[in-house]
Design a protein around this ligand. Sequence first.
Ligand SMILES: Cc1cc2nc3c(=O)[nH]c(=O)nc-3n(C[C@H](O)[C@H](O)[C@H](O)COP(=O)(O)O)c2cc1C
Length: 196
Amino acid sequence: MSLVLDPAAQDLLFREARTANTFTDEPVTEEQVQAIYDLVKYGPTAFNQTPLRITLVRSAEARERLVRHMAEGNQPKTAAAPLVAILSADNEFHQELPALLPHFPQAKDLFFAERPVRESSALLNATLQAAYFIVGIRAAGLAAGPMTGLDFAAVQKEFLDDDHTPLMVVNIGKPGEDASFPRSPRLAYEDVVTTI
Ligand SMILES: Cc1cc2nc3c(=O)[nH]c(=O)nc-3n(C[C@H](O)[C@H](O)[C@H](O)COP(=O)(O)O)c2cc1C
């Protein structure tokens, strides 16, 4: 009774949501992806920065190029998923900070003048946004299959540039037959939480 979120929504987002390894042929539309982004863009980040970039791999030609850079075990599902997204972190996110943080535009130069600082901040905050994105995919009644089993350097060279660091590739769609592996255990509250 401690959670105020509707139990069906709790199930949809977490308890019954599973990582999918197979998908139906049902397409994932531009409207669905936009609805997902327009929901999860409200997830919090440091200084309200928005370093996450999402590259939707829609053409067959681009999909083929991406599949080549996936780990062998990830190739068949990446080839077959209705939609595949490359998530990356924009290390030049500070350029947008004055617009995104209008009450403190000096943050751009005060905190993010140095590239290494930007890279670590972009990595943390874009990864947070990637997690929000995965939960958003579930909110749309779809399943996500996030993957880091890939050649990151090759994906960056082929699809991104020096300012964009790839984080993961995500398969998106309605789960197909035998879509998920057996649910693995999770650590219990007492294993994770300490109070001081
Ligand atoms: C960042 C990230 C990277 C992952 N990389 C891979 C991967 O390369 N290949 C794969 O088959 N599964 C990958 N997974 C899937 C996880 O193993 C899966 O989400 C986790 O075991 C939970 O599964 P469940 O949602 O079915 O409980 C990845 C998941 C995340 C979040």
